[in-house]
Design a binder for this molecule. Structure first.
Ligand SMILES: NC(=O)c1ccc[n+]([C@@H]2O[C@H](COP(=O)([O-])OP(=O)(O)OC[C@H]3O[C@@H](n4cnc5c(N)ncnc54)[C@H](OP(=O)(O)O)[C@@H]3O)[C@@H](O)[C@H]2O)c1
Length: 319
């Protein structure tokens, strides 16, 4: 990435213009930069990356009803309108929510993408309920630190994996059963879970099936994509067949065990961010931030995320 001058973003009738105070980093930024998602998200480069923003509304479009100039907000802008590694970004008001009052700008910027991912996986897709058991992989990561707290909030029992150094962190977030993956394979411990949130590689995905009870749900945010996902994205027939093939093995294995497999790719949603914000302000969920970098060090910050050892989120302060 290079720092450079760009024209101010165009503000459409339904948009708010946000002065970016802080932005969160995600592996999605690295993956787009490396060209890994060319089929799914055909961006044109050069491109301003960045999927999480907290900041102040400085202008509103003529049809905007929910926000006014001066509001402190946070957002995960939708695909194809990203670009939070910047001083300004225009976002449709439906994708924006007021910033949780109890959070700083840096803390608020750490939430949208991972908070929405956890919400859409555990609440919207899995309908996770009190008394159910969920296995959340990589509990010390961006998604994991949020997902553990959300699952505990609904009253579920949570198992998670992490390495020795992060065991205390995930326990402090509420994890009931912590497996140090450097010392023990989760597949020898976990049985009869209702839900698995998979965020790791193919072999972890396949082993996860053994942790599910019949009727259990294996939800993966790290692939492979499935045909239903292609359908909701309105992907071409060809891409649908590609996803069908890519996920054929795991879907079949899941069916054989009486379980289900689905891929989730999170989406922008201001209404869900409002609910998440109220959970945060009520004290049910707290942000976990590993490091904050200045804007000039965004490359360094992204390299830190790419190294895969972040404890919670990495944030860049812009203002
Ligand atoms: N589909 C979607 O919508 C979506 C949304 C968000 C994220 N994702 C994907 O989900 C994955 C996780 O994202 P993230 O933002 O949470 O990542 P992250 O914050 O970068 O994850 C880093 C954490 O992963 C842990 N970790 C690494 N290897 C592990 C292993 N083998 N077992 C258990 N924990 C391990 C590390 O703990 P240790 O240092 O203790 O190893 C570290 O705390 C990424 O592939 C990301 O692209 C997808």
């Amino acid at each position: 990435m290079r720092l450079g001058e760009m024209p101010d973003p165009e503000v459409r009738d339904d948009d708010v213009l946000i002065e970016v105070h802080a932005t969160g980093l995600n592996l999605l930024d690295s993956k787009l930069k490396a060209g890994e998602f060319k089929q799914l998200l055909p961006y044109r480069f050069p491109l301003v990356l960045g999927h999480d923003v907290a900041g102040v509304v400085t202008r509103v479009g003529s049809r905007v009803r929910q926000f006014k100039v001066g509001d402190e907000v946070y957002s995960r802008p939708p695909d194809f309108r990203i670009g939070t590694f910047a001083e300004l970004i225009a976002v449709h008001e439906r994708d924006v929510a007021l910033k949780p009052e109890t959070l700083t700008m840096e803390e608020a910027a750490s939430i949208p993408l991972v908070g929405l991912t956890a919400w859409q996986a555990l609440i919207e897709r899995a309908h996770l309920k009190k008394g159910q058991k969920v296995f959340i992989q990589a509990g010390s990561g961006g998604v994991g630190t949020f997902a553990i707290q959300l699952a505990k909030h609904v009253g579920a029992t949570v198992a998670t994996t992490t390495s020795t150094a992060n065991v205390a962190l995930v326990k402090s977030l509420g994890a009931d059963l912590v497996i140090d993956y450097k010392k023990q394979g989760f597949e020898s411990v976990l049985r009869d879970y209702d839900v698995v949130l998979n965020s790791q590689d193919k072999s972890t995905l396949e082993k996860s099936l053994g942790a599910l009870k019949p009727g259990g749900k294996l939800i993966s945010i790290s692939g492979p994509p499935d045909p239903d996902f292609a359908k909701t994205r309105g992907s071409s027939w060809v891409l649908r067949q590609v996803f069908r093939l890519l996920s054929y093995g795991i879907r079949k294995k899941a069916r054989r065990r009486g379980a289900s497999y689905s891929f989730l790719f999170m989406r922008a949603d201001g209404a869900q961010l409002r609910v998440i914000g109220s959970l945060i302000d009520s004290g049910a969920i707290r942000p976990v931030i590993d490091r904050v970098f200045p804007l000039e060090s965004t490359n360094e910050a992204l390299a830190y995320v790419e190294a895969g050892r972040a404890k919670g989120k990495v944030v860049v302060r812009v203002k």
